[in-house]
Design a protein around this ligand. Structure first.
Ligand code: MN
Length: 593
């Protein structure tokens, strides 16, 4: 039996030591603590020497050898227990920037897989646009990389983390831009991938540069409060351990988890700066051998102290969308003193720390395809992203649409609902039963005729809440209606509804009268003309499929509006209304197949 109390400093930012040169000895010393196979180490030596040769003489702004950066990124990947190809790609990730020919050499020397990773990382790097376009472009490239091979993103995260750790050397303007991008793109991505440690470090470093005053204020406050909390936890930890042992539960580890500064700041903002809500500033973490022990341990703690109502969270039965699993509970250990406990197994602990990277070691020989299959089961959203990316390519959407859509579908607050069989489905907040239906399968969505939530019939527009059991009732001949587009939240559902509504010669399930109608509106264009036209359609609750306006200079050309009428009467109803718009000379309608 061993009991280990860790210091609370592990998540805090520590200034990087600045060694001027990076030799193989330094790199290997760090590697050696990670139990890498001898043949992997020999392979990495060759890669290291090649990177050293390419970067020879190159310096970073800090004055260090460029190789210190490559080696640091590579070591971060090794510590995440990534596969050999990824660790090697970390060493080489900036090589193609230096000399374009080196990519071919990498392929020849180290194989296709490593060359692919280096090339992909280089491509994500190359963002030519500036301003908003630049932000858009980098987001788009990151998502493409997620869809292609998740390891590329993990390398980028390690790269960004080291760049943020050494950002003191950058010009303030550039530093702020990079910190902003880190906070809005890289940290949420790390969170989605369950890489909690990386996320926390990225957020704290960004905060330091973007909000230096808040950073100072909160870190000095934490320095005041934390030691006392730590002392208190140290006092009750042996008591917890003794109680667990009495019931034959052997804690493998009892340690502190300190909340990181950025998340303290966010929580303070939610509670008007009231520190009393930060009972979880430092939590007691207990690692026990198996799941049965996790639940037993919570029971023991609840018997020892009164639990705080509403604070018990079972993330084992209902994991977070990023795969996080643990039991959380808060108890009153004495009057007005709350302590949060986090209880998990060693496996859950490893996953909580490294997230998706923890799964990489499981995939056979680090093959990305097979890895993805395994990851797809655990990280549902990655599989979604794949499907979704494919669909978007078909739709030929612009990068703005793509970005917006990704932000809504993947970065918004998530809810988890359950299928009647108990599968957990992860959706953005505000999602409705139709989002759920389309998420399961296009055909379930298309044929949805009703929805039950926790056994009761609900309207399609009802917002789903976490923990609800959702059941979709389907009917063979049901079809989606255009109004559904306004009832769904996710772009996946929108795309699938749009596709189902689109008329094509091959389509058979639409009724004969449901054809696409084109209305041509002739008249003198003026400011507000199009708006007047579209508002008539809106008032009559008709969804416009496409609107084609005349090019300026071509006054004769009509404005063409296409829509799918619910019935013939609808066409007859809209025509006179359009004719009444000021400036309209003629309106024609034409049914198109
Ligand atoms: Mn780099």
């Amino acid at each position: 039996m061993f009991l280990q109390i860790l210091r609370l400093s592990s998540q805090r930012i520590t200034p990087q030591a600045r060694t001027m040169t990076m030799g193989w000895e330094n790199y290997e010393r760090e590697l050696s603590s990670l139990n890498l196979a001898v043949k992997d180490r020999e392979f990495l030596k060759k890669v290291f020497d090649f990177a050293a040769q390419i970067h020879a003489g190159e310096k970073r702004l800090s004055g260090e050898d460029y190789l210190t950066h490559s080696a640091a990124v590579s070591l971060k990947l090794a510590k995440l227990k990534m596969d050999r190809a990824t660790i090697a790609a970390g060493l080489l990730h900036d090589v193609a920037e230096t000399t374009p020919t080196s990519l071919a050499e990498i392929r020849k020397k180290f194989g296709e897989e490593i060359a692919f990773l280096v090339d992909a990382v280089t491509k994500v790097e190359k963002v030519k646009a500036s301003g908003t376009d630049r932000a858009l472009e980098s987001v788009r490239k990151m998502f493409m990389a997620v869809a292609e091979d998740i390891r590329v993103v993990i390398i980028k995260l390690a790269d960004r983390l080291h760049n943020m750790e050494t950002a003191d050397w950058l010009a303030p303007e550039k530093r702020e831009r990079i910190a902003g991008e880190t906070l809005s793109l890289y940290a949420p991505l790390a969170e989605r991938l369950g890489m909690w440690n990386v996320k926390a470090q990225l957020e704290d470093l960004s905060m330091k540069y973007l909000y230096p005053q808040e950073y100072e204020r909160i870190s000095s406050e934490v320095k005041k409060i934390a030691p006392e909390r730590e002392r208190y936890l140290k006092k009750i930890a042996p008591q917890v351990e003794a109680e667990l042992l009495k019931e034959n539960i052997r804690p493998l580890e009892l340690s502190y988890r300190a909340k990181h500064l950025y998340s303290i700041w966010q929580k303070l903002k939610r509670y008007d700066g009231d520190w009393t809500h930060l009972a979880d500033l430092i939590a007691l973490r207990i690692i026990v051998p198996d799941i049965k022990d996790c639940y037993a341990a919570v029971g023991i703690i609840h018997k020892l102290w009164k639990p705080v109502p509403g604070k018990f969270k079972d993330y084992i039965a209902l994991p977070k969308p990023n795969g996080y699993q643990s039991l959380h509970t808060s108890v009153f250990t004495k009057a007005r003193t709350m302590v949060e406990f986090q209880i998990r197994t060693p496996q859950m602990h490893r996953e909580a720390e490294a997230g998706i990277a923890a799964h990489w070691a499981w995939s056979e020989a680090g093959k990305p395809k097979e890895g993805l299959k395994i990851l797809g089961q655990k990280f549902n959203w990655i599989r979604q992203l794949h499907d979704w990316h494919k669909e978007f390519k078909k739709e030929r959407s612009s990068s703005e649409e793509l970005l917006e859509a990704f932000k809504i579908d993947f970065f918004q607050d998530r809810i988890f609902v359950l299928t009647p069989k108990g599968d957990v489905i992860d959706l953005p907040k505000g999602a409705t039963p139709l989002d759920f239906a389309y998420h399961i399968h296009s055909e379930i969505g298309n044929r949805a005729s009703g929805a039950k939530v926790d056994g009761r019939m609900v309207a399609f527009e009802r917002e789903l809440q976490s923990g609800e059991v959702v059941e979709i009732i389907t009917q063979k001949n049901k079809r989606p209606s255009p109004e559904w587009l306004s009832l769904v939240k996710t772009n996946l559902a929108k795309n699938r509804i749009r596709r189902a509504l689109r008329i094509s010669p091959k389509r058979t399930f639409l009724e004969p009268e449901e054809k696409l109608v084109e209305v041509k509106i002739y008249g003198k264009s003026r400011v507000g003309f199009i708006k007047d036209i579209t508002s008539i359609f809106a008032k009559n609750r008709i969804n416009i499929q496409t609107l084609i306006s005349a090019r300026s200079g071509n006054e004769e050309a009509p404005i063409r509006v296409r829509f799918i009428p619910k019935n013939k009467a609808e066409i007859e109803k809209i025509k006179p209304k359009l004719e009444k718009i000021a400036g309209v000379k003629k309106v024609t309608t034409e049914v198109r197949s």
